[in-house]
Design a protein around this ligand. Structure first.
Ligand code: GLY
Length: 431
């Protein structure tokens, strides 16, 4: 009898988002031999070199479904947290469309700080003592009992601006007024978590999970403050490096046992089917690792140092995740270290100009330039279109060599108002 051979159909993949993280995802996905075409919503000037970009709102679910059905897209990958929190995955699943990311219920680990802290408390996951308040008067009353420094965390999504570490009552009162009186985060029912601020070293530990099995990614360090020496305002992240040289084997084992496994068990026991990336923002303290926050997606800029080191086919990993076959996969990493430095627009994370022409992109060598806030103008120039403009990633045998490549490229690329931190990967991130 004639033996039949089956060849997999080439896949079409849609990536939702338009930052450096999504550019790193698109680049990695484009390396997969299984993928024939990539689409992006809404992408940026870098992503558009590899993907067909559509200018749609990330929460316009009917249009996204329409795009996927019309173009027969096989897999959708969600970059940012907002569409996950709004239930994009649930809506796609109802339509029987394949999508990588957690459902709305699971996304509450990121979209509600109160839910996350209460979840950690329920399952014995190392968390600082905390209390919650849903009105200004309640928050002020609870604050009286606190010793400073205190961490105040707005309950909902706030694009990285919802957490304030305060060392004096006046600072705390001012932030609470912003939340409850001015409603700066536009929440329907503003609420806060009040907790003792932790001190130690911060590390981002990501895992991919199919709800039962999980695989840890190489850990990364993210530099969240705008200025050198961890000064200035909090940002989405000004740079990162991976792997971590601060995580010893013993701490890694504690993180897996006390944090990752307890979290996954808690999710299972609560009937939450978590499939996707789970990001543990950790603080390594004298008393061991504590969870600062969960994110339900890839980190940005962490992804820009994690994916270039990954040897696996990411699409294969994602498909195994969705099919519940993650235990069949082994992740493998390149030996080289990776450093990413973000070039930002003057004023970021506050007000900044856009439309500045970017030059020198064709003159950089031996680095990967991930686009974040960029677009093509009517004259064909690549111009700035956001606060974080580009992420430059270099790989080398050691961090110092990787830094040298990246900083050379950071000098070569020019745009009016460019600024970047000069100390990425030169010392650990400390709080
Ligand atoms: N770099 C921090 C984050 O992705 O949330």
């Amino acid at each position: 009898m004639k033996k039949e051979t089956f060849e997999a159909e080439p896949m079409k993949v849609l990536v939702i988002g338009g930052g450096g993280r999504e550019h790193a995802l698109v680049e990695k996905i484009s390396e997969s031999p299984a993928v024939s075409k990539i689409f992006a919503v809404s992408g940026n000037a870098g992503i558009s070199q590899k993907a067909l970009c559509f200018s749609l709102k990330e929460d316009d679910f009917p249009s996204l479904i329409n795009l996927v059905k019309k173009n027969r897209i096989d897999l959708t990958v969600v970059g940012p947290e907002a569409p996950l929190a709004k239930g994009l995955v649930d809506v796609f699943q109802e339509e029987k469309l394949s999508i990588f990311g957690p459902c709305r219920k699971a996304a509450r680990l990121e979209s509600s700080k109160i839910f996350a802290r209460e979840f950690m408390a329920r399952w014995g996951i190392p968390t600082p003592e905390f209390t919650v308040a849903s009105s200004l008067s309640q928050a002020l009353k609870k604050l009286e009992k606190e010793t400073y420094p205190v961490a105040l965390k707005y309950d909902g999504l706030a694009a990285g601006k919802g957490v304030r570490i305060v060392s004096q009552p006046q600072e705390a009162i001012s932030f609470l007024h912003d939340i409850f009186e001015k409603n700066i985060f536009s929440g329907d029912e503003p609420a806060v978590v009040i907790e003792k601020a932790l001190s130690g070293l911060e590390v981002s530990c990501l895992v991919v999970t199919d709800g039962i099995s999980y695989l840890p990614f190489a850990a990364a360090h993210d530099y969240k403050k705008a200025l050198d020496g961890d000064k200035g305002d909090n940002t989405g992240g000004m740079g990162a490096y991976s792997p971590s040289f601060l995580l010893d084997e013993k701490t890694g084992q504690i993180i897996e046992k006390e944090i990752v496994q307890k979290t996954l068990r808690g999710l299972q026991k609560e009937g939450i089917d978590y499939r996707g990336i789970l990001y543990f923002g950790l603080m390594l303290t004298e008393k061991g690792p504590f969870v600062l926050e969960y994110n339900v997606r890839f980190g940005d800029p962490e992804t820009q140092v994690i994916l270039p080191r990954m040897k696996n086919d990411l699409v294969e990993v994602m498909q195994a995740t969705l099919a519940g076959r993650l235990k069949e996969i082994r992740l493998e990493w390149k030996k080289e270290k990776a450093v990413c430095v973000v070039l930002a627009s003057a004023g970021y994370p506050g007000h900044y100009q856009t439309g500045e022409v970017i030059t020198g992109l064709d003159r950089v060598k031996d680095v990967i330039v991930y686009h974040a806030g960029t677009r093509k103008d009517n004259n064909g120039n690549i111009v700035t279109a956001g606060g974080r403009v580009l992420g430059i990633t270099g790989l080398a045998a050691d961090l110092q060599q990787a830094r040298e490549k990246v900083y050379l490229a950071a000098e070569t690329i020019q745009f009016s108002g460019k600024f970047y931190r000069r100390d990425i990967a030169s010392y650990p991130v400390r709080k």
